[in-house]
Design a protein around this ligand. Structure first.
Ligand SMILES: [Ca+2]
Ligand SMILES: [Ca+2]
Length: 268
C-alpha cells in the first residue's frame, strides 16, 4: 500500500520536472494534496476514512488516543536515538531544524550537544515534561542545543534572518521558520498535537491559530503557514519511518497527517 503513496509523490515530482524543462503542464500552485491510501485504512483508520471536518478530527482523536503507551521524559533520550537515527550512520541522529547528523552519544545540555526539542513548545499550554504531551514522541525531536534555544517557544511563521548553524532556518522577534526540508514535518507534528490533545485528559486543549506571540496560551501559529508547509514538504521516508517506529515500538499510535497529509485540508 505504501507503493500507492510513493507513486503519488513520484508523479508530482515528474510533473514538476516537466515544468522546469518548459513542457506544457498545469501549474501546481494551491493544488490540495490528493487522497492517499495506506495499509492502515481498513484497520487503524477504518472509522475515519471518508469523513471530513470536525467529524474527521473527532474520529482521529479517538483513534490516536486509545491504547496509547506513554513513556517517561528520561526514556525519550533512547527513543529519539531510534526514531531519528541517521539512515546512513547508525551511530548518529539527524537533528531537526539544522539537518545535521550528530553522534547519539552527544546527548546533553552543552554547546555541541543535542537535546530534546518540544516542537509544540511546552510553555504553550504549560504541559512541561511530565508524562503526556511533554513526553509524546510524535512532536519530540533531537535538535542542536543552541538552535533549540534560539527557537525557544516561538510560534512558526515565514521570514526572519538566518539562524547560526541552523541549516537554513530563520528567526525574527516573534516567530521561527525551520529549514525547508523540515517545514512539513513541523506542520504535521503541530497538527497531530492539536488532534491528540482535546482537553479531556487533564491537559490543555491544544489548537493551531493564525497568531504569533501566543506565549503560554495553548495555541500555536500560524495555521495558514503550517498548511502551506504541509503541501510544500510532503512526508519523506525518514518521517514515515519514525512514525512506524513510534507506532510499532513505543506509543502504538500514529500521526495521521504523515499517513494522510490531505487530512490537514480536510479538517482545517
Ligand atoms: Ca520533510
Ligand atoms: Ca485540540
Amino acid at each position: 500500500m505504501l507503493v500507492t503513496r510513493m507513486h503519488r509523490w513520484k508523479t508530482v515530482a515528474l510533473t514538476t520536472a516537466a515544468v522546469l524543462v518548459g513542457l506544457a503542464a498545469p501549474t501546481l500552485t494551491a493544488t490540495p494534496a490528493a487522497a492517499t491510501t495506506t495499509a492502515y485504512d481498513s484497520t487503524y483508520y477504518k472509522n475515519a476514512v471518508g469523513k471530513t471536518g470536525t467529524t474527521l478530527k473527532s474520529s482521529l482523536h479517538t483513534i490516536i488516543s486509545t491504547n496509547v503507551t506513554k513513556i517517561s521524559y528520561s526514556a525519550v533520550w533512547n527513543a529519539l536515538m531510534a526514531t531519528d537515527q541517521d539512515p546512513n550512520n547508525s551511530s548518529n541522529v539527524i537533528l531537526l531544524y539544522s539537518g545535521v547528523s550528530r553522534a547519539k552519544s552527544l546527548n546533553g545540555g552543552d554547546v555541541g550537544d543535542w537535546n530534546r526539542e518540544h516542537t509544540w513548545a511546552k510553555s504553550h499550554g504549560d504541559f512541561g515534561e511530565v508524562v503526556g504531551p511533554g513526553t509524546d514522541l510524535h512532536h519530540l525531536r533531537p535538535a542542536d542545543v543552541q538552535v533549540n534555544s534560539i527557537r525557544g517557544n516561538l510560534d512558526f511563521d515565514n521570514g526572519g534572518s538566518a539562524v547560526t548553524n541552523g541549516g537554513g532556518s530563520t528567526v525574527d522577534s516573534d516567530s521561527f521558520s525551520p529549514r525547508a526540508a523540515d517545514r512539513g514535518d513541523v506542520a504535521r507534528m503541530i497538527l497531530y498535537m492539536a488532534v491528540r490533545y482535546e482537553g479531556d485528559d487533564g491537559f490543555a486543549d491544544l489548537e493551531p491559530n493564525e497568531k504569533v506571540g501566543n506565549g503560554s496560551n495553548p495555541y500555536m501559529g500560524k495555521l495558514s503557514v503550517l498548511k502551506a508547509w504541509n503541501e510544500a514538504d510532503p512526508p519523506s521516508a525518514f518521517e514515515e519511518n519514525r512514525n512506524n517506529v513510534i507506532y510499532n515500538t513505543y506509543q502504538h499510535n500514529r500521526n495521521p497527517f504523515i499517513d494522510h497529509p490531505e487530512w490537514v485540508e480536510a479538517i482545517w
